[in-house]
Design a protein around this ligand. Structure first.
Ligand SMILES: [Zn+2]
Length: 479
C-alpha cells in the first residue's frame, strides 16, 4: 500500500488511518471494518468480542510492571457520515476514500474524510500495538451506527467491561476536554385528517435562505427555524381569510435547524394571500439575526392540488406549529453559557391524510425530558394528534470531581504548556449511553482538531494529531 502520509508522525496512527480509509464504513455498513478489527486482534493473539451490531471489543494486557493498575476503557465509533460533492463519482459501499494532504490538513477528494471518528479507531489500534510502551490493561471498544442514533453503544453488553474510566475520542478540538453532554429524544406528532377535494386558488409558499445548523450545538445562536416561521405566516393568514393547508414540507433532518420550508395552500384569492404573507414576512425579517439575513419568502400561484385539509383541521395544524415551545427553554445555573434544555421542530412532512411534526428535545437532566414528553402529549391532545416518542438517549451530567479529567489536563499542560478548556456540550455523545450502563464511570471525551465534519470539506489537522498523541503518551503511563 502506498501511503500519502509516509513521513509524518505519529506514523503508526496515520498508517492505520490510511488502511481503514480503504474500507467503506458508512453507518449500518460496519461489517467490513469489524472484520478488519477482528483480524487485527487474531493476528496479535488479543482477546476480542464482536456482537450482532458489529461492535468490537479488543482487550490487551497491561505492560510489564503495570499489572496492578486498573484497566482503561478507550472508545470511538467505526461508522462515518457519507457525504460527497455532487460532481464526484464515489460509491460509499465499494470505493476507498481518496486521501490527500494539503498544508497540515488531511482531506478526502470530494467526500467526507471519516476522521470523525476513524482517528479514534487508528489511535486505538496503535495503542493496542504497544506504541505507547507503558500502559495499564486496555479495553478498546469500537462502536457502530453512532451517527444515526448511537445504536451500537445502545446495543453493547457492558458486562464485558471491567474498566471504570473511559477516554472517548470523539471530540473535535484539541484544546478542549468535553466533560458532559445532553440526552435527548424525538417526538413525532401526527395529525390525521380526512382529505377534502381541493377548492379555491392554490398558492405555493417557500421560505428559503436561513442559516440552520445543528439543533443542539447551535440552538443558542437564535437562528430562525423555517418550520416555525411558516407556522407564524399561516397563523397571520388564517386570521384574515379562509385557509386550507394542502401540503407542507420543511427540514430534512430531525437534528438540524430547518433552513427551508414550503407549503401548498388553498385560499379564496391567491394574490391577496401573497400580499398579506409578503407583508408579514417583511415584519418578521426585522427580528432575524445577521445569520439569517438571506431569509426570503417566495409566493407563487400553482396548479390546484388533489386534496386539502378542512379549515378546522388547518387551524389545528397551525396551532400545533405555533404553540409548541421551540429553541432554548432553560439555561444551566451551574455551567455559564450552557443550554440545559431545548427543543427544535426539525421536520414537517405530509402524507395522504397525515401531517407529521418531528421535534427533537435535548437536556442533560432526565426530568426535563420527561417534562417535554408530557408537554407535547398535552398539546397534541388539544390539537387532536397522536404522539410517538422514540430514539431516547441519556445525557452525561458534569461531575464536579474527575480524577481522569485532572490527569488529562495535567498531561496536556506538561506537553503543550497551555491549559485545555473544560466544556459541556448541548448535544449527544456515546458517553451518555455508556455511562448509563456503567454507573460511576469516570469519563472524558477528547480528540485532535477537525473542521467541517459531516461534510465533504472535512479536514483533520495533522499537527493536532501529533500533539494529541504526545498527550496520550504522557498520560497513559501514569494511569
Ligand atoms: Zn463522531
Amino acid at each position: 500500500m502506498k501511503y500519502v502520509m509516509e513521513n509524518r508522525e505519529p506514523a503508526a496512527v496515520l498508517r492505520y488511518f490510511e488502511q481503514i480509509s480503504a474500507i467503506p464504513r458508512g453507518s449500518y455498513n460496519e461489517a467490513g471494518i469489524a472484520d478488519f478489527l477482528v483480524a487485527f486482534a487474531q493476528a496479535r493473539g488479543l482477546e476480542w468480542h464482536r456482537d450482532q451490531t458489529n461492535n468490537v471489543l479488543i482487550k490487551a494486557p497491561a505492560s510489564a510492571g503495570m499489572e496492578t493498575h486498573v484497566p482503561l476503557l478507550l472508545q470511538g465509533h467505526t461508522d462515518m457520515v457519507c457525504e460527497k460533492n455532487r460532481d464526484v463519482e464515489h460509491d460509499f459501499l465499494r470505493d476507498p476514500l481518496s486521501l490527500y494532504v494539503e498544508g497540515s490538513f488531511l482531506r478526502a477528494r470530494g467526500t467526507t474524510l471519516g476522521a470523525d471518528d476513524g482517528i479514534a479507531v487508528a489511535m486505538m489500534l496503535a495503542l493496542l500495538d504497544g506504541e505507547i510502551p507503558r500502559h495499564p490493561a486496555y479495553e478498546c471498544l469500537f462502536t457502530t451506527a453512532e451517527e444515526v442514533g448511537l445504536d451500537g453503544a445502545h446495543a453493547f453488553d457492558y458486562s464485558r467491561i471491567a474498566a471504570r474510566r473511559l477516554i472517548n475520542m470523539d471530540s473535535e478540538e484539541l484544546g478542549v476536554v468535553t466533560a458532559g453532554c445532553a440526552g435527548g429524544l424525538r417526538s413525532d406528532l401526527t395529525l390525521e385528517y380526512r382529505p377534502e377535494p381541493f377548492a379555491g386558488e392554490c398558492l405555493h409558499v417557500q421560505i428559503k435562505g436561513l442559516m440552520g445548523g445543528h439543533s443542539g450545538e447551535n440552538i443558542n445562536s437564535g437562528r430562525a427555524n423555517a418550520n416555525k416561521l411558516m407556522g407564524r405566516l399561516l397563523a397571520a393568514l388564517e386570521r384574515d381569510m379562509e385557509l386550507h393547508l394542502a401540503r407542507m414540507e420543511g427540514g430534512s433532518k430531525d437534528n438540524a435547524i430547518p433552513r427551508e420550508c414550503e407549503a401548498w395552500l388553498a385560499v379564496p384569492d391567491a394574490g391577496a394571500a401573497a400580499e398579506l404573507l409578503t407583508g408579514e414576512a417583511a415584519r418578521i425579517a426585522q427580528e432575524l439575526g445577521a445569520d439569517d439575513r438571506r431569509f426570503e419568502l417566495i409566493c407563487e400561484d400553482c396548479e390546484p392540488q388533489a386534496c386539502m385539509m378542512s379549515a378546522g383541521d388547518t387551524r389545528r395544524a397551525v396551532a400545533l406549529l405555533v404553540c409548541a415551545a421551540n429553541g432554548v427553554l432553560e439555561m444551566s445555573r451551574d455551567v455559564a453559557g450552557l443550554v440545559e434544555y431545548s427543543r427544535s421542530l426539525g421536520v414537517v412532512r405530509s402524507e395522504e391524510g397525515k401531517l407529521t411534526l418531528v421535534f427533537s428535545s435535548r437536556s442533560s437532566i432526565e426530568a426535563r425530558l420527561d417534562a417535554s414528553v408530557r408537554e407535547l402529549d398535552l398539546l397534541a391532545g388539544l390539537c387532536g394528534c397522536v404522539t410517538r416518542h422514540h430514539s431516547r438517549y441519556p445525557g452525561w451530567s458534569y461531575a464536579a470531581c474527575s480524577e481522569l479529567r485532572e490527569a488529562y489536563l495535567a498531561a496536556y499542560r506538561r506537553v503543550t504548556g497551555d491549559d485545555a478548556r473544560v466544556n459541556v456540550i448541548h448535544a449527544g455523545l456515546e458517553c451518555g449511553v455508556i455511562g448509563s450502563h456503567l454507573p460511576g464511570l469516570d469519563m472524558i471525551s477528547v480528540g485532535p482538531t477537525m473542521h467541517n465534519i459531516h461534510s465533504p470539506d472535512e479536514a483533520l489537522d495533522l499537527d493536532s494529531v501529533a500533539v494529541f498523541w504526545r498527550v496520550l503518551g504522557d498520560l497513559i503511563p501514569r494511569l
